[in-house]
Design a protein around this ligand. Structure first.
Ligand SMILES: Cc1cc2nc3c(=O)[nH]c(=O)nc-3n(C[C@H](O)[C@H](O)[C@H](O)COP(=O)(O)OP(=O)(O)OC[C@H]3O[C@@H](n4cnc5c(N)ncnc54)[C@H](O)[C@@H]3O)c2cc1C
Length: 460
C-alpha cells in the first residue's frame, strides 16, 4: 500500500492547484505541526488545498489507497485529529477567504480561516458571528462542533448562524447543504463534527455587534466567589456571556506580584448591548470580591481577540461536562484539586450558557444538549508531552468528583481522545441515531474517521 501511496502522491503533485508537501520538502516540519505539538506525527503528505477540486482529488486518493485521512482547519483538536502517522492531511489553511454581504448581513467563509481572521474581516462592517475565545482556532473545527463563545447567550451557538454549507463528501462530490438541499446533511453538519465530509465554505449570518463592554476581570478564587459568579451570570440579561477560568495566578505583569500562585478566577466577558445595561449586568460580578485587576471597558468586539497568544502547550489533558449547577461543595473540590495539579497550567473553566443557545430545540441541529446551564471544562496543559498520563489521571479524578461519577453530557469541541464514550456523552441517543443514519448515507465506509467518530448505521 505504501508504494502505491507514494506513487499516487507523486501523481497528485501535477494535478492540484494547491501544494503537496512530503517529508523531503523543507516546509514539511512546519506544515505537519498542529496546535498541541505533542501530536508529533509524520504524515505521508500534507496537502495544502486551494479549492474543492483539490479536495475531491485528495479524498479520492485516500478512498482508493486506504490511506488514513486527516482534515485540518485550524489544527486545535485536543485529540490530535488534524494529523496522521503515515496518512494524508488535507490542510485548509490556504482556503481562508471571506466574502461579506453587508446589506444582507451574511458571509461566505472558507473553513480554513481562523476565528480571529474571520472576525477581523467582518468587523470592518461592524458585523460579526459568535465564535470561540481564541483567535487561532479554525472556523471549520469550531463550527462543526457547535461553537460556544463570547456571544453564546446573545446570538446562540455558531451553528445557529450557519445558513448553508458546501461539502466534499466521501465519494468526491461537492454538495450544497441547507434547509432545502440535503437537509439531513445540513442538520448533521451543525454539531456532528468532521464526520460527513470536508466542508469547504460556510454561509454565516452576521450580527450588528461592534461596540461592546468587554475584557478581563480577575477575582480572588473562593468558593463563594465561584458560585456567586455563576448565579450572577445566570441572572444577568442575555447580552452578557462569560468564560471564567479558575486557576493559580500566573506571573503576568497585570496581576499583583503577591497574588502570583494564588487561586484566582480569570473572567473574560462580553456585554453586547446598551452600555448602561451592560454596567448593570456586570455590577453584581464586580461586587463579588475586590478585583485583582479590572480591564472590562467599552471596546470594539474584535479586540477580544487582540494580543499575542502564548506558546501552545505540547499537551492538554482534560475533559468537559455539561451540567446544570455548581454547588459550594463542587467549588471547594475544584479549589482543593487545583492545589494537587502538577501540570504547568491547570485550570477549570466555567461557562454559563442559556439565553439564545437554549431557545433552539434539541433536535433542530445535531447539538442536542441545548438546555445545559453550564459547561465545566477541566484542562491540564504542559510543555512536556510525556507527562500526559499523569495529568489525564488528575483531570479524570476531578471530573469524577464533580460529576458524582456521572458526567453524562459533554461538549464535542472540548472532548479529547475519549472514543465512543466521548461520542455517547456528546450526543443524546436520538441525536446519535440520526447522525449514524446520515453517516451511512454520506460516508458509509467511514473514510472520515479521525474525529469524534459516528459509526455508520449498518442496519438501515
Ligand atoms: C486554545 C483553544 C481554545 C478553544 N476555545 C474554544 C471556544 O472558545 N469555544 C469552542 O466552542 N471551542 C473552543 N475550542 C475547541 C475547538 O473549537 C475545537 O478543538 C475545534 O475542533 C478546533 O477546530 P480547528 O479547526 O482549529 O481544529 P482542527 O484540528 O483543524 O479540526 C478539528 C477537527 O474538526 C474537523 N474539521 C475541521 N475543519 C473541517 C472542515 N473544514 N471540514 C470537515 N471537518 C473539519 C476534523 O474532524 C478535525 O479533526 C478551543 C480549543 C483550543 C485548543
Amino acid at each position: 500500500m505504501q508504494d502505491t501511496l507514494s506513487n499516487r502522491i507523486s501523481t497528485l503533485r501535477g494535478a492540484l492547484n494547491g501544494k503537496v508537501i512530503g517529508a523531503d520538502d523543507p516546509r514539511y516540519d512546519d506544515v505537519r505541526r498542529v496546535f498541541f505539538t505533542g501530536f508529533d506525527r509524520r504524515p505521508a503528505a500534507v496537502v495544502r488545498v486551494t479549492d474543492a477540486a483539490d479536495i475531491a482529488r485528495v479524498v479520492g486518493l485516500a478512498r482508493e489507497t486506504g490511506a488514513e485521512l486527516a482534515v485540518r482547519s485550524g489544527g486545535h483538536s485536543r485529540a490530535g485529529h488534524g494529523t496522521s502517522e503515515g496518512g494524508i492531511v488535507i490542510d485548509l489553511s490556504a482556503m481562508n477567504a471571506v466574502e461579506i454581504d453587508p446589506d444582507n448581513r451574511t458571509a461566505w467563509a472558507q473553513t480554513g480561516v481562523t476565528a480571529g481572521g474571520y472576525t477581523a474581516q467582518t468587523s470592518v462592517h461592524g458585523l460579526t458571528t459568535g465564535l470561540g475565545d481564541t483567535a487561532s482556532v479554525g472556523l471549520g473545527g469550531i463550527t462543526l462542533g457547535g461553537g460556544i463563545g463570547y456571544l453564546v447567550r446573545q446570538t446562540g451557538l455558531t451553528i445557529d448562524d450557519v445558513l448553508a454549507a458546501e461539502v466534499v463528501t466521501a465519494d468526491g462530490e461537492l454538495l450544497r447543504a441547507d434547509e432545502q438541499s440535503h437537509p439531513d446533511l445540513f442538520w448533521a453538519l451543525r454539531g456532528g463534527g468532521g464526520n460527513f465530509g470536508v466542508v469547504t465554505r460556510l454561509k454565516l449570518r452576521l450580527h450588528a455587534i461592534d461596540r461592546v463592554i468587554g475584557g478581563m476581570l480577575l477575582l480572588p478564587a473562593r468558593p463563594g466567589v465561584i458560585t456567586g459568579l455563576v448565579a450572577a451570570a445566570d441572572a444577568a440579561d442575555e447580552g452578557l456571556s462569560l468564560i471564567a477560568n479558575v486557576l493559580k495566578a500566573p506571573p503576568l505583569p497585570f496581576i499583583p506580584a503577591e497574588q502570583h500562585g494564588r487561586p484566582m478566577v480569570m473572567i473574560q466577558m462580553v456585554y453586547a448591548g446598551d452600555a448602561e445595561a451592560g454596567a448593570r449586568a456586570i455590577a453584581p460580578i464586580r461586587a463579588l470580591a475586590t478585583p485583582l485587576a479590572d480591564m472590562v471597558r467599552p471596546i470594539r468586539y474584535p479586540e477580544m481577540y487582540a494580543g499575542a497568544e502564548g506558546p501552545a502547550p505540547a499537551y492538554a489533558a482534560g475533559t468537559n461536562m455539561l451540567v446544570d449547577e455548581l454547588s459550594t461543595e463542587a467549588a471547594e473540590t475544584i479549589l482543593a484539586h487545583l492545589e494537587t495539579a502538577t501540570a504547568a497550567i491547570a485550570a477549570v473553566q466555567v461557562r454559563v450558557l442559556g439565553g439564545a443557545m437554549a431557545r433552539v430545540a434539541d433536535d433542530a441541529t445535531a447539538f442536542g444538549h441545548r438546555r445545559a446551564r453550564l459547561m465545566v471544562n477541566i484542562a491540564a496543559m504542559d510543555p512536556r508531552a510525556e507527562t500526559g498520563p499523569e495529568h489525564e489521571a488528575w483531570a479524570a479524578e476531578l471530573a469524577t468528583a464533580l460529576a458524582d461519577g456521572a458526567a453524562e453530557r459533554a461538549y464535542l469541541g472540548f472532548v479529547g481522545d475519549e472514543g465512543q464514550d466521548g461520542v455517547r456523552r456528546a450526543y443524546p441517543p436520538a441525536t446519535l441515531e440520526r447522525l449514524a443514519r446520515a453517516k451511512r448515507r454520506y460516508d458509509p465506509d467511514n473514510l472520515f474517521h479521525l474525529n469524534l467518530n459516528v459509526v455508520p448505521d449498518a442496519a438501515r
